[in-house]
Design a protein around this ligand. Structure first.
Ligand code: GUN
Length: 294
């Protein structure tokens, strides 16, 4: 028996995508503009292929102009940069996303920084990172995963987190750091933990809001969770399990769900928690970019 409320990311994302769909239809009818999203993928990474397919499918369902550029694993830096340059100048494209990770021979930093900041719907450009860090989120793009996490946290606790301790496990540029900026802006007291943190379980236990984004299956145990905490599990880990003597592949988060859900007041499942929210926030950013350009 779980005591915690299940934070149904899939349902919240479906609700949001209905609003996005309606706004998109109105924009097309009134202004003749369709939000345009270009997704670039280089190589054959199977997880990336799944993510990109989901992004394209959702963009199509929202009524967007959606294009996918699938480049061979050996594509040169110059060719990737040339494609981004074309997309930067294409008025039908409002959002550009280069799926990460990129093959080793490509300079990830130079590529993400070459995307025009006003089309950077991933929020990875230094200008957008700077604005978010400075608390100026009204004209910045916020990275999709932390933006989605924040919406779920607000649904549980409201938008003022004064007096709450938030602990983030993971210091990545995609999740941990932007998540900290968003929580700070909402007045939480924020701690970022990582692989060099001493006594991680003890720090985690201080959290009223615990965000796990490390990529280690089931790492966060029940006794890491403060009773009544809101737990957001960003991990998407593929593990092998044996069911009736048969090996099967299954998705699991960074949080030991069966243990943590006995202690938390609310918790996101994997799958069906953060994942669908990330995709819908990408759509929200693309729609917002089209609105700003029109
Ligand atoms: N790879 C894993 N997460 C992300 C993301 O949010 N954006 C991009 N572009 N690549 C990713």
């Amino acid at each position: 028996m779980t005591n915690a409320t299940l934070i149904d990311g899939k349902a919240i994302a479906a609700e949001l995508s209905e609003t996005i769909k309606a706004t998109t239809a109105a924009m097309l009818a009134e202004q003749g503009v369709k939000p345009g999203l270009a997704v670039v993928i280089v190589g054959e990474d199977p997880a990336s292929q799944v993510y990109v397919r989901n992004k394209k499918r959702t963009a199509d369902a929202c009524g967007f102009h959606s294009v996918q550029h699938s480049l061979e694993a050996g594509t040169s830096q110059d060719n990737v940069m040339q494609l981004i340059d074309e997309l930067n100048r294409d008025p039908a494209i409002h959002g550009i996303l280069v799926q990460l990770p990129l093959p080793k021979h490509l300079d990830e930093q130079r590529i993400t920084q070459s995307i025009a900041p006003e089309k950077d719907v991933d929020g990875f450009h230094f200008l957008n990172i700077g604005k978010l860090t400075a608390g100026q989120t009204d004209d910045a793009f916020v990275p999709c995963t932390p933006a989605g996490c924040m919406l779920m946290i607000e649904r549980q606790l409201g938008d003022d987190l004064s007096g709450k301790n938030a602990v983030i496990i993971g210091r990545s540029n995609i999740v941990g750091k932007p998540m900290a900026s968003l929580l700070l802006k909402a007045n939480a007291t924020v701690t970022i933990c990582h692989s060099r943190t001493q006594d991680l379980p003890a720090v985690a236990r201080t959290a009223d809001i615990l965000v796990a984004a490390v990529g280690r299956p089931n790492m966060v145990k029940g006794d890491w969770v403060k009773p009544g905490a809101v737990v957001i599990d960003v991990g998407i880990n593929r593990i092998e399990v044996e069911i009736d003597g048969e090996k099967k592949s299954r998705l699991t988060g960074d949080v030991d769900f069966s243990e943590a859900s006995e202690v938390a007041s609310a918790i996101t499942p994997v799958p069906g928690g953060v994942g669908p929210m990330t995709i819908v926030m990408l759509m929200a950013n693309t729609l917002e970019s089209a609105r700003r350009a029109t």
